[in-house]
Ligand binder design. Structure first.
Ligand code: AOF
Ligand code: ZN
Length: 366
């Protein structure tokens, strides 16, 4: 049994925030627990952008009885008027006397001011309890609020010889059911899902989220330098989620107009011949897409990795070997490094065994 202490309540607040991943858009996920005289009197989670913050929900539940209480919050309470008024002021007004915070809010509009406001009113504030877990939980929010660029997670399922299809292009299925379920949870937890046009032409995927319970569909993003995408492609015609096609000035204006008439948003990034991926990330950030799940294929994966645009790599490996030409159908197609010391390596590696599949994830560094 857990021992009751500060960590006991903070981990509950983090658990609640964790369950809201994927539904707050560019906002963070935040949990709050209010404790008084040995009992919890309020629980709150920020559920959707534009609606109440975690502290507000928890204090509303406490219904005016929070005087003298301790509030556990997974992110520094805000100090600014955004879509909602400042939480720090609300904590002060309610007479909370101690606030335990897991991590600072890097939002330049907050960045320490929330904690400062509380301390100026004589409230005891402690920052840093379970900080590592809290930072990891909001890694997408943190990147986007500081850079206005989306956080990109690359997901790939490959054979043991690193291939994402056989030499004929067959790819159903490589990974096991357990791994494929995780992928759909990952889709729910990202605002966008990105593929290259070759993947659309080869597989005609719908790129939607399919779980045992309904999930959210990410915006479908297709990188297509010359607008080769067929108008009949599922992502153009099925209406299941918005679709953005990123192309170049080299694309045919007539095709662009047809795609726009079909309801697709077309964004031009660079003169061609290839999409300028760095400016694509900026353009997608401007559309308030704060997180992207990159599902390849190999050419786009390789180009994104080489350009340093990937924040997390999640690779599923299945115990299969399919062979093929050297480097053909590989997870990452790019010219490659000369020396092993120049390899792109992963930091903070985590390994998870899923039946007979293995998941290896980490942060790529050069
Ligand atoms: C908190 N508690 O539950 C959340 C916070 O547009 P708004 O009003 O929703 O403000 C969004 C910003 O507020 C967001 O960028 C982040 O800095 C903070 N989010 N703060 O005290 C919460 N969701
Ligand atoms: Zn707030």
């Amino acid at each position: 049994m857990d021992t009751m202490n500060d960590e006991y309540y903070m981990s509950l607040a983090l658990d609640m925030a964790e369950r809201a991943q994927g539904q707050t858009g560019i906002n963070p996920v935040v949990g709050c627990v209010v404790v008084k005289d040995g009992a919890m009197i309020g629980l709150g989670t920020h559920l959707q952008r534009g609606t109440g913050h975690a502290e507000v929900h928890a204090l509303n539940m406490a219904a005016g009885k929070a005087r003298g209480s301790t509030a556990y919050v997974t992110l520094e309470p805000c100090s600014h008027y955004g879509k909602t008024p400042p939480c720090s002021q609300r904590l002060i007004d309610e007479g909370v006397t101690r606030v335990v915070v897991a991590c600072e809010d890097p939002n330049p509009q907050v960045a320490g001011r929330g904690v400062q406001m509380l301390r100026e009113q004589g409230i005891e504030v402690e920052v840093g309890l379970l900080r590592g877990r809290a930072l990891r939980l909001n890694e997408k929010f943190i990147k986007y609020i500081l850079t206005k660029q989306p956080f990109v997670t690359l997901k790939s399922a490959s054979t043991l010889d690193g291939r994402i299809a056989t030499r004929t292009g067959d790819s159903k299925w490589i990974s096991n059911a357990e791994a494929r379920k995780i992928v759909h949870t990952l889709r729910h937890r990202h605002q966008g899902i990105m593929v290259g046009v070759n993947t659309i032409i080869a597989d005609n995927p719908s790129l939607t989220t399919r779980l045992e319970v309904p999930g959210l569909n990410p915006v479908r993003i297709v990188i297509d330098s010359t607008l080769r995408i067929p108008l009949e492609a599922a992502v153009v015609s099925d209406g299941l989620a918005p679709t953005v096609i990123v192309t170049t000035g080299a694309a045919d204006p007539g095709t662009k107009a047809l795609l726009q008439a079909a309801g697709v948003q077309v964004v031009v990034c660079g003169p061609g011949p290839r999409v300028d991926l760095k400016s694509a990330m900026t353009a997608l950030g401007e559309l308030e897409i704060g997180s992207i799940l990159l599902e390849g294929g190999g050419t786009l994966n390789g180009a994104m990795l080489e350009a340093g645009l990937i924040d997390r790599v999640i690779l599923f490996f299945a115990p299969k070997i399919v062979g093929g030409g050297a480097g053909e159908k590989g997870t990452f197609a790019f010219p490659g490094v000369e020396l092993m010391r120049d390899a792109i390596s992963l930091e903070g590696v985590e390994v998870e065994v899923l039946g007979d599949n293995v998941c290896i994830s980490g942060t790529p560094v050069r």
